[in-house]
Design a protein around this ligand. Structure first.
Ligand SMILES: [Zn+2]
Length: 174
C-alpha cells in the first residue's frame, strides 16, 4: 500500500473495508522510511494523514459511544476530536475530501445537545517542563528552539510537564 492508496482510504470515510489499525501501522512504517532519508517534509505529511485518520476514528468511536448511551466517554472523545482538528488546521487545509468539515460541524452540534453546564478549571503552577522533541528542560532562560505545535521528525512538538503544583480549581460555565 503506498501513499496514494492511503489517501483513497482516508477519502472513503463512509465506506471502508480495511481496518484503521492496519493503515495506522502502514503510515508509521512509511514515516520511519522517510525519516531514514531525512525527508522532514514527507514525514510531516504523514503526520497530517495520521491525524486525519485519528480524527475520523475518534469521531466514529464517539458516535458509537453515544449510540450505546455511554455519554461521558463520548463527550471526552468529541473533545479529543475538536483538539486534533485544531492541531491539524495549522499544517493542513481542512477541506471536505476527508470529511473533516463534516466532522468539525457534527462535533459542535453534538456538543451543543449535551446537558453539561458547569466545568472544573484547575489552577496549576508548572515547576518543570521538558520538550518532547529533544528532551531539554524548558524555562525562561532555557529555550531549545522547538516551537510548540510545530512538526519535527513527523511528531508534534509539545511540552511534557515533569513537576507541578496544584493550587485550586474554579467552577466555570464554559
Ligand atoms: Zn526541543
Amino acid at each position: 500500500m503506498n501513499l496514494s492508496d492511503i489517501v483513497l482510504y482516508l477519502k472513503a470515510f463512509k465506506n471502508r473495508v480495511k481496518k484503521a489499525d492496519e493503515i495506522s501501522k502502514i503510515l508509521k512504517n512509511l514515516k520511519v522510511e522517510l525519516l531514514k532519508k531525512e525527508d522532514e517534509k514527507g514525514a510531516k505529511l504523514i503526520w497530517c494523514y495520521e491525524t486525519v485518520l485519528l480524527i475520523q476514528t475518534t469521531y466514529i468511536d464517539a458516535f458509537n459511544k453515544m449510540k450505546n448511551k455511554d455519554y461521558y466517554k463520548a463527550w471526552c472523545l468529541l473533545e479529543r476530536c475538536e483538539d486534533n482538528i485544531m492541531f491539524l488546521k495549522s499544517h493542513f487545509s481542512i477541506d471536505n475530501i476527508f470529511y473533516l468539515n463534516f466532522i468539525e460541524e457534527q462535533v459542535g452540534k453534538f456538543q451543543c445537545v449535551f446537558p453539561y453546564k458547569y466545568f472544573l478549571s484547575p489552577e496549576i503552577i508548572i515547576h518543570e517542563k521538558e520538550c518532547n522533541i529533544c528532551g531539554s528542560k524548558i524555562s525562561i532562560h532555557n529555550y531549545c528552539g522547538h516551537r510548540v505545535g510545530e512538526i519535527y521528525d513527523g511528531k508534534m512538538c509539545c511540552r511534557i510537564i515533569k513537576k507541578l503544583e496544584f493550587i485550586g480549581a474554579v467552577i466555570s460555565d464554559n
